[in-house]
Design a protein around this ligand. Structure first.
Ligand SMILES: C[S@@+](CC[C@H](N)C(=O)[O-])C[C@H]1O[C@@H](n2cnc3c(N)ncnc32)[C@H](O)[C@@H]1O
Length: 282
């Protein structure tokens, strides 16, 4: 179910160390009563007064809010459909999510074949493919919007966004995040154990959730050493830990364990390259 405890309403930045105080009452997108907790005069956090959050959870959300200060121009989440781009507001996305038992978010989804496949196999899951490349998503959306008998999946959705600046609508939406065969900026972030990865997962994931990452160990970005199990674990432990995730598995995968994505298929066909799979949960 969507978490209606907390809704941010402005993208103005917060000053650090300001105290939180209650200023007004209103309703959240789901119609629940909320108290607007003003932070200085520069930003607001909506807290569901029927299910108040513990102080630590409010602080965590405030940290996320501060991060969103770079998203001032955000209008609504960009969805790619067969007909092109449309926007989806938080209320519509929450309503959509509420129709399913859980939500998969596939970051760097490419042609989106994996979320469509997963959505077809699990009709109680909303499978969301996210990629910065809109053209690839257009093709993905065309296939997903076909009739189910012809390979379509009404429970697959494609969002145009980069992993570094995810739309606020995706906040705390994911029960399972997959990152399969990332490249460029996303791969660099993972191999470097960039703290933004932890921030991204804190932002994206629900309280009890899982993250699965599979890397092509033979194709590191220029200037970066090929990853090993030890280097992946030691890079990812700090950001995972910061996001409250514990690494449950980090191992070499053989061809039979490759995730069923388009790139997984290519790598397995072409000479069985080295793959590292990492799983984490909280
Ligand atoms: C090698 S493809 C893998 C696609 C798919 N996961 C698969 O396994 O078939 C890597 C994808 O990551 C996407 N990507 C790279 N950096 C990204 C970023 N910072 N944010 C979102 N997508 C990114 C690229 O656009 C590309 O589609």
């Amino acid at each position: 179910m969507p978490d209606a405890n907390c809704r941010t309403t402005t993208w103005k930045s917060l000053g650090s160390g300001r105290s939180t105080r209650s200023t007004a009452r209103g309703s959240s997108a789901s119609g629940r009563k909320t108290t607007r907790a003003g932070v200085g005069m520069r930003g607001f956090l909506f807290v569901n007064t029927h299910a108040p959050l513990p102080g630590g959870a409010v602080a965590e959300r405030l940290r996320g809010f501060r991060r969103e200060s770079t998203l001032r121009k955000h209008v609504a989440m960009e969805i790619i459909t067969r007909r092109g781009l449309r926007t989806m507001e938080a209320a519509e996305f929450d309503e959509l999510r509420a129709r399913y038992a859980s939500t998969l978010v596939d970051l760097g989804t490419g042609d989106g074949a994996w979320p469509r496949r997963f959505a077809r196999e699990h009709d109680n899951v909303l499978a969301v493919g996210v990629d910065a490349d809109r053209e690839a998503l257009r093709e993905a959306a065309k296939l997903a919007e076909r009739k189910p008998a012809r390979g379509g999946a009404p429970n697959a959705l494609y969002v145009a966004a980069s992993a570094e600046s995810l739309p606020p609508e995706l906040r705390e939406s994911a029960d399972w995040v997959t990152v399969y065969f990332p490249w460029s900026a996303l791969l660099r972030m993972i191999l470097a154990g960039d703290e933004r990865l932890g921030e991204m997962l804190s932002f994206l994931c629900r309280l009890r959730s899982r993250v699965s990452i599979v890397l092509n160990a033979d194709a590191p970005p220029e200037g970066v050493d090929p990853p090993t199990l030890a280097s992946v674990r030691s890079s990812l432990e700090p950001p995972m830990d910061a996001a409250g995730f514990r690494i449950t598995k980090c191992e070499w995968l053989d061809a039979s364990q490759a995730p069923p994505t388009t790139w997984g298929g290519r790598l397995v066909k072409g000479s069985g390259r080295a793959m590292i799979g990492l799983d984490a949960s909280r």
